[in-house]
Design a binder for this molecule. Structure first.
Ligand code: HEC
Length: 147
C-alpha cells in the first residue's frame, strides 16, 4: 500500500507534466499571433481620424449597440478598453469573421465560453469595420459615445 502510494506520487505528476507538454505542443502548432483569423492581416494606424470615427459610430449604433455597450457587459462584452486588450487586426477580424474567430482564436473562444451567445456577422464591409476600429480608438482615448 505504502509502496503504491509512493509510485503514484511519482508517476502521477510525471504523467501530468507529459500531458501538459503534449498540449502545449499541439497548441503551439498554430501559435496565436494575437491578430485573430480572418481577412485582416495588417492594419496601419495613424493619428485618430475623426471623420472615420464618426462614420464608425453610425455603423456601431445601427449594427452593434443591440448587443454592446462601452461601460458595462450586455449581450456581449463591454467594449471600453478593447483597443488596449486586442490588436487592431484582431478587432477587425472579430467584426468581419466572428464565427470562425470563436472556433479558432483562443481569446474569442474564451469569450464565447463566457457569454454563451455567438456574435454573428453584421454585414459590415472592410471599410466599415475599419471605421468602427477608429471609433473604438477614439472612445479609448477619452471620446464620448455617439449617443
Ligand atoms: C447578437 C449580439 C451581437 C452583435 C449584434 C454584435 N456583437 Fe460583438 N460580441 C457579441 C458577443 C456575445 C461577443 C463575445 C464573443 C461571442 O460569444 O461570440 C462579442 C464580442 C465582440 C468583440 C470582442 C470584445 C472583447 O472584449 O475582446 C468585439 C470587438 C465586438 N464584439 C464588436 C462588435 C461590433 C463592432 C459589432 C457590430 C458590427 C458587434 N460586435 C455586434 C455579441 C454581439
Amino acid at each position: 500500500m505504502l509502496r503504491f502510494a509512493t509510485i503514484a506520487r511519482r508517476t502521477v505528476p510525471a504523467g501530468l507534466a507529459l500531458a501538459l507538454l503534449a498540449a502545449t505542443r499541439v497548441l503551439g502548432a498554430d501559435a496565436p499571433s494575437g491578430r485573430g483569423v480572418g481577412p485582416i492581416t495588417t492594419v496601419e494606424l495613424g493619428p485618430i481620424d475623426a471623420a472615420k470615427a464618426k462614420a464608425g459610430a453610425t455603423v456601431f449604433e445601427t449594427k452593434c449597440s443591440a448587443c454592446h455597450k462601452f461601460e458595462e457587459r450586455y449581450v456581449g462584452p463591454a467594449l471600453k478598453g478593447v483597443t488596449q486588450r486586442r490588436k487592431p487586426e484582431w478587432i477587425m477580424n472579430m467584426i468581419l469573421n466572428p464565427e470562425q474567430m470563436c472556433r479558432e482564436d483562443p481569446e474569442a473562444r474564451k469569450l464565447l465560453g463566457e457569454y454563451m451567445v455567438q456574435m454573428t456577422f453584421q454585414n459590415v464591409s472592410q471599410d466599415e469595420a475599419r471605421n468602427i476600429l477608429e471609433y473604438f480608438r477614439q472612445m479609448d482615448s477619452g471620446g464620448t459615445p455617439a449617443k
